[in-house]
Design a protein around this ligand. Structure first.
Ligand code: OGA
Ligand code: NI
Length: 326
């Protein structure tokens, strides 16, 4: 709480777990196993955590933010060619508005959504965006792969198990750059405000970096908790493929963004999943057809993404729809 008794969005939520990446990757063997244990606990208790000491340079992150700002400020005619609707289109620009009836206050943002792995796609304009985004993706992909190894170990598997099972060398990564416009006092009552409605991501893991303007919230014990308050940290969200592969041991994290700030909010979101043609189901090591029954229907990743997008307008969550109820 701040001194005037209002919740302060920048206050460190000291219970949100914080993982030190440098201990996972370059600490002693004891540091590494402690980090793996902490990751496992964070996945089980929260489904998300903040990642510090990740080594991705702030200057590079700033370059991506600056170049993307130029993209969003380009004339609409220049962006028109990217305003497509195919969910697997390599480059998409849009003004996502979640017109789901149950949300009285409609939420919207402008986004640039790029398929960045196994092939890298990016508009050639504005100058500098493609180079900065490409460097950024390379750096963040390394971090994502180390985290997946850590989560894999925390589930009792060898570090490389998921890499092999899910063909992560050809893993499907999206870079979504979200731009939430400022809200002025005079706008506060209109029924459309910047944000993204509650959802979980379709990937294994999501790495999100915000420009210091708060907005990301995660659902915990029935309450929305604001993530943030740790400078230069990534927000890590466990996503649907981890829930499916771990047969429900680690649950995918429901999150949303609600932005009410007089500054523009920018978030860089990287979703990191299996290869698109991998059929993802519960790990064969976790089910046995007797006591440990599979709790999710296997589905090819590309089909799952299409399935998720079809459901969005109905307010349903794909992960719930593929659950097997016994
Ligand atoms: C997303 C998302 C939240 C944010 O793009 O999938 O959840 O804080 N974004 O921008
Ligand atoms: Ni998301």
């Amino acid at each position: 709480m701040s001194s005037n008794g209002e919740p302060n969005p920048f206050e460190v939520q000291d219970s949100i777990p914080i993982i030190d990446y440098s201990l996972l990757t370059s600490g002693s063997a004891a540091d590494h196993s402690k980090a793996v244990q902490d990751i496992g606990k964070a996945c089980q208790d929260w489904g998300c955590f903040m990642l510090v000491n990740h080594g991705v340079p702030e200057s590079l992150i700033q370059e991506v933010m600056d170049a993307s700002d130029k993209f969003f400020n380009m004339a609409n005619e220049e962006k028109l060619q990217f305003q497509t609707h195919g969910v697997l289109d390599p480059i998409r620009n849009g003004r996502g508005c979640n017109a789901v009836k149950q949300y009285k206050n409609r939420l919207w943002r402008e986004f640039l959504r790029l398929i960045v792995h196994p092939d890298f796609n990016c508009p050639s304009k504005p100058q500098g965006l493609s180079e900065a985004a490409s460097d950024y993706v390379k750096r963040v992909r390394v971090v994502a792969m180390e985290l997946v190894k850590g989560v894999s170990e925390s589930l009792g598997f060898e570090a490389s198990y998921m890499n092999d099972e899910l063909n992560l060398d050809a893993g499907f990564h999206l870079l979504v750059i979200n731009n939430y416009p400022p809200v002025l006092d005079s706008d506060i009552d209109i029924d459309i405000s910047p944000g993204v409605m509650p959802h979980s991501d379709h990937s294994l893991i999501t790495l999100l970096y915000e420009n210091g303007v708060p907005g990301l919230e995660v659902l915990r014990d029935g309450k929305w908790v604001v993530m943030g308050g740790v400078p230069n940290a990534f927000f890590i969200l466990i996503s649907d493929q981890f829930e499916i592969f771990s047969n429900g041991k680690y649950m995918s994290k429901l999150h949303r963004s609600v932005v009410k700030d007089e500054r523009t909010r920018v978030s860089l979101v990287i979703t990191s999943g299996s290869s698109l043609d991998t059929t993802v189901g519960p790990s064969s090591r976790l089910v046995d057809g007797e006591e440990r029954l599979p709790r999710y229907l296997p589905m090819k990743y590309s089909e799952y993404i299409e399935f998720q997008v079809k459901l969005i307008a109905t307010g349903k969550h794909a992960i719930q729809e593929i659950q097997i109820h016994t």
